[in-house]
Ligand binder design. Structure first.
Ligand code: ZN
Ligand code: ZN
Length: 105
């Protein structure tokens, strides 16, 4: 259950390279494709209605003193997140806000 919610927020990959896609749009080749910023500059048709900007995956949005929850997609103050210590011994915030963590438990 929790896994499905998380999958929805995994970034769409660019169809031309390994970067995360930023746009879904028509290419100069004809078909539509997911493109990163760079590939959109190279292959994208920069015409209104022929591309759309993809919503940013919540997990990559970073704000000072704020953290995004990958389950509800909300950007909340860091106080709303539990912390954990990663392999490097660095303290990090959980991917789920306290409310969602409780809901999924
Ligand atoms: Zn690309
Ligand atoms: Zn949440």
């Amino acid at each position: 259950m929790a896994m499905v919610t998380m999958m929805a927020h995994i970034a769409q990959k660019c169809n031309f390279c390994e970067h995360d896609a930023v746009y879904d749009g028509k290419t100069t080749f004809g078909p539509w494709a997911y493109m990163c910023e760079n590939c959109f500059t190279l292959f994208g048709i920069k015409k209104r209605g022929l591309f759309k900007e993809l919503p940013k995956p919540a997990a990559v949005i970073q704000h000072e003193g704020m953290h995004s929850c990958i389950a509800c997609g909300c950007i909340l103050p860091v106080e709303d997140f539990d912390t954990y210590v990663d392999k490097q011994g660095k303290e990090r915030y959980m991917y789920l806000c306290r409310k969602c963590a409780k809901r999924i438990e």
